[in-house]
Structures are given as C-alpha cells and as structure tokens.
Design a protein around this ligand. Structure first.
Ligand code: PLP
Length: 213
C-alpha cells in the first residue's frame, strides 16, 4: 500500500507526506486496528458509531491513534460519536454540526460531506448549501472545519470519479479549505492526481469485507 501511494504521488508530482492514508476498518475486528497500528498506521476510519463502540475499549489506549467517523452520522448519535471520534468526515447539516458541538468536550476536526450527483447516496450537503453550512460550523466553538469529503457513485472505472474529485477540489479552494477526503481502494490514484489529501482505504489494506458496504 505504501508503494502504491508513493507511486501515485510521484506520478502526480505530489509529496507522499501530503496525503494521509486513512485505514478503513469497518466490519473488521479490533485486532485489525491493532495490527495496522503495529505496522505504523495511526489514522483509522469507521462507518458506524455502534460498531466502533464495541471495538473502542480494545483500541482506545493506542498512543497517537486517531479515529475518524466516515459514515453518515444521525444527530441523535452525536453524543456517543463525540466520545469515540476526534475527526468527522460526514457533517452535512447545520443541525448535526450544532449537536456535535454541544456534545464535544474538546476540539473536533470536521469535514463537510458534499453530494455532487443525484446518483450518490442520499447524504451529503448540496453544493448550493455549502456557504450556509460553512458559516454554521464557524459559529460552533469546538468544531474546526478543515475540508470537504465526497464519495462519487461507484464505478469500476476509476476515471469516472475524476470530475467529482476535480469539482470537490474547486469547491474546497473557493472556501479556502485545505483538506480533501476523497479516493478509496479503487480510485485513489485518480483522487491523488486531483489533489486528495486524505485517501480512505479499506479493501486494499484489509481484503474484501464480509458484508457489502
Ligand atoms: C468503506 C468505505 C471506504 C473504503 O472503501 P474501500 O473500497 O474498501 O477502500 C471509504 N470511504 C467510505 C465512506 C466508506 O464507507
């Protein structure tokens, strides 16, 4: 994986240290997190609050490990989520931002999930609503907005994702946001060419998941 990232960065003329490898451990047991940590990974992405709650006691002591929520968050789960995670990639409404801010005890780094096509899952902020959401997050004292996240419609051909990644980069630039959470196992090369700073990788690190996601 490190090789693949290094090659992708070299081809795109990017520095490898500017692209964070976020290890997506959903569906895999806490042991997978421990193994990846032993290999040097420090950033872990989980999709479900409840699932990670079960693993958390086994991994909460890992020094320097950061846990990112990358799945949709229902605002009624924000209190629990605020206990477990420090980074949130899927803030998509002012209501959720406020709930998270109220629940947080310390600073939380957040990214806005942007919905760039009608085929995408129903979550994510419409680009037209971004200015209002950026303002709403700015008004939350414990939230620090660092970037944007998107998930293009699934396609075997990674090139299909390129226009979505390019659009996310333009939007982030328009708001002066440094981070772009985009690119997964199948399309991380394209995402890195389009400026990704955080690639979220599950399958390419841990193998196929049992249940589809
Ligand atoms: C599952 C998931 C990933 C990882 O996908 P892979 O194709 O296994 O690399 C990345 N981001 C999100 C939001 C996911 O749900």
């Amino acid at each position: 994986m490190e090789d693949r990232l290094a090659r992708a960065c070299a081809r795109a003329g990017r520095r490898p240290e500017d692209v964070l490898l976020l290890a997506v451990t959903k569906v895999f047991p806490a042991e997978s997190i421990l193994e990846a940590y032993a290999l040097g990974l420090r950033d872990f992405g989980e999709n479900y609050v409840q699932e990670f709650e079960g693993k958390y006691p086994l991994v909460s002591g890992l020094a320097g490990a950061r846990f990112h929520l990358i799945g949709h968050l229902q605002s009624n789960k924000s209190r629990k989520a605020a206990e477990l995670f420090t980074h949130f990639h899927t803030v998509d409404s002012a209501k959720l931002a406020r709930r998270l801010d109220e629940a947080a005890t310390g600073e939380k780094q957040v990214l806005i999930e942007v919905k760039l096509s009608s085929e995408q899952a129903k979550h994510g902020c419409d680009p037209a609503d971004l200015p209002a959401l950026v303002d709403a997050i700015a008004a939350c004292p414990k939230l620090r907005l660092t970037g944007l996240m998107t998930m293009p419609p699934w396609d075997e051909d990674a090139e299909t994702a390129r226009p979505y990644f390019a659009r996310l980069r333009e939007l982030a630039a328009a708001f002066g946001l440094p981070h772009l959470s985009m690119g997964m196992s199948n399309d991380l090369e394209v995402a890195i060419e389009e400026g990704s700073t955080i690639v979220r990788v599950g399958t390419a690190l841990f193998g196929k998941r049992q249940k589809p996601q």
